[in-house]
Design a protein around this ligand. Structure first.
Ligand code: 5SP
Length: 227
């Protein structure tokens, strides 16, 4: 007879470690957590989904989860992510034919809405109407799909273009951002900084967070002094 095998379902566990990591980042000065949701279709990887987000939200009450939906059908997951405690739901402009309705449905679930563009998508793919309706614009500075890639410098002008069109919106940069690349992002006008490898791979994540924050604060102060 085959031997007994007990297989605890990790998906049903409380993901204590992940919640502990998130807590550490918040304690270390991070403002919110960027959760990369990948579906193995819009991008080649599969990462986490609503059940994991629900565990984080339960483990870190009050956490602001910035959910970056790298998925082919962003319309499909709005309710699940909202129920899991998502605070901001960002979709890719390349993945939807009706961004305006999608933004309304995200707002109807009391989440903020973000719209992302991949490296080969021009900033003009975000229309004035979409940009005004959303709460955040995301310029991907790597091809979506995995962490640890090299920052793509040629994406930076898109940050400046969007900042000129939408002076009051949050503009996030995502991919390959760290102490060596933050200056270009901050000067171009991004104020929301996603950093994976640079923070999680550091011996002292708190110091990296502080460095990124001070560079962006200084660029923001200098931009407001000019206006
Ligand atoms: O969404 C993505 C990549 O698809 C990013 O959020 C990266 O995962 C950020 O990681 P680093 O590039 O900072 O390592």
């Amino acid at each position: 007879m085959p031997s007994t095998i007990i297989a605890p379902s990790v998906l049903a566990s409380d993901f204590g470690q992940l919640a502990a990591e998130c807590k550490r980042m918040i304690k270390g000065g991070a403002h919110w957590l960027h959760m990369d949701v990948m579906d193995g279709h819009f991008v080649p990887n599969i990462t986490l989904g609503a059940p994991v987000l629900a565990c984080v939200s339960k483990g870190v009450p009050g956490i602001f989860m910035d959910c970056h939906m790298m998925v082919s059908q962003p319309e499909k997951w709005v309710d699940e992510i909202a129920d899991a405690g998502g605070s901001l739901y960002s979709f890719h402009i390349e993945a939807t034919s009706d961004p305006v309705s999608l933004i309304h449905s995200i707002h109807a679930r009391n989440m903020k809405a973000g719209v992302a563009i991949s490296p080969d998508t021009p900033s003009t793919a975000i229309s004035d109407e979409v940009g005004e309706l959303t709460d955040m614009l995301i310029v991907m500075t790597v091809y979506p799909g995995r962490g640890g890639q090299k920052f793509i410098e040629r994406c930076v002008p898109k940050v400046s273009e969007l900042r000129a069109r939408f002076p009051d919106k949050d503009i996030e940069v995502d991919g390959g951002v760290g102490p060596k690349t933050i200056d270009a992002c901050a000067q171009a006008g991004s104020n929301v900084i996603v950093a994976g490898t640079a923070i999680f791979g550091a011996n002292e994540p708190e110091q990296v967070i502080a460095t990124l924050r001070s560079v962006v604060d200084a660029a923001q102060a200098s931009a407001s002094a000019k206006h």
